[in-house]
Every structure is written in C-alpha cells, then in structure tokens.
Design a protein around this ligand. Structure first.
Ligand SMILES: [Cu+2]
Length: 142
C-alpha cells in the first residue's frame, strides 16, 4: 500500500516537470531525454522543427549509425552563420571532411547543438544518408 502511494506521488511529480516541455516532446517515446531532434537509420525526427530566435536546438544520434548535421549553404538565411557538425565553415569543407576521415560525424549517443539567432528557414542534411533522403528543416521565428 505504501509503495503504491509513493509511486502515484512520483508519477504526478513527473508530469509536473514535463509541463514546461513542448507538446511534441510529450508525445515522444524519448520524453525522458534532452534532445529536440533524433537521428535514426536515415531520418531526422522530427524532420521539421519550429523554434524562436535565440533558442538552441539539440540533435541526438538515437540510432546506431554515424550521422552528420550539415547545413545546405545556400538554403539558410543570408545573414546566418553556416553550421555543420565538426565545425566546418562551408558545405564543401564539410563534405570533404566526411570523405577524408568521417569528420563531423555524430556517433551513436552523441549530441550536437546549434543556437539560432536569425529568423528564417534552415535546410540541412546528413552527408552519408543524403541519398536516402535524410534531410531536415528548422524554421526560426522572430
Ligand atoms: Cu545519417
């Protein structure tokens, strides 16, 4: 009886702590993790995410293959800083880095994050799985 009472109490504390999270996260099986976007065999989930300017987006490799988060250089706002896992300053150098020694890779369980300051649409992809359609989009609102 005591144990059941304790568990019921713990459950309500748990749902209280989730109140601040987005609806997207609440409905996700990975609600107990800290990432915004998961990376599976050949997909970003969710593939499209909307955030406010100044917010940080965290990607996590929730699968067991290597992935990258690499921006399409000509599909981000003009004033925005280029981003790619591995810290590359251009899409070309990111692609070359991958071809060289899998630079920019995000291993299983690792995370990568970007803080978006400039409103607009940011299209990005995973270098090794781009042919399989592993692309995503971040929409940053004012
Ligand atoms: Cu990938």
């Amino acid at each position: 009886m005591d144990r059941r009472t304790f568990l019921a109490g713990a459950a309500s504390v748990g749902s209280l702590s989730l109140a601040g999270c987005s609806a997207l996260r609440d409905g996700n099986a990975s609600a107990d993790t800290d990432h915004d976007i998961g990376m599976g065999s050949a997909f970003f989930r969710p593939a499209e995410l909307e955030v406010s300017a100044g917010e940080t987006v965290v990607w996590a490799n929730t699968g067991n293959r290597r992935h990258t988060v690499t921006a399409y250089e000509n599909q981000i706002p003009d004033e925005a800083e280029y981003f790619a896992s591995g810290g590359f300053e251009s899409e070309e150098s990111a692609r070359e880095g991958w071809m060289g020694d899998f630079e920019g890779r995000i291993e299983a369980g690792q995370t990568y994050e970007v803080t978006f300051e400039i409103p607009g649409e940011y299209h990005y992809f995973c270098i090794p799985h781009e042919p399989s359609g592993m692309v995503g989009k971040i929409v940053v609102t004012e």
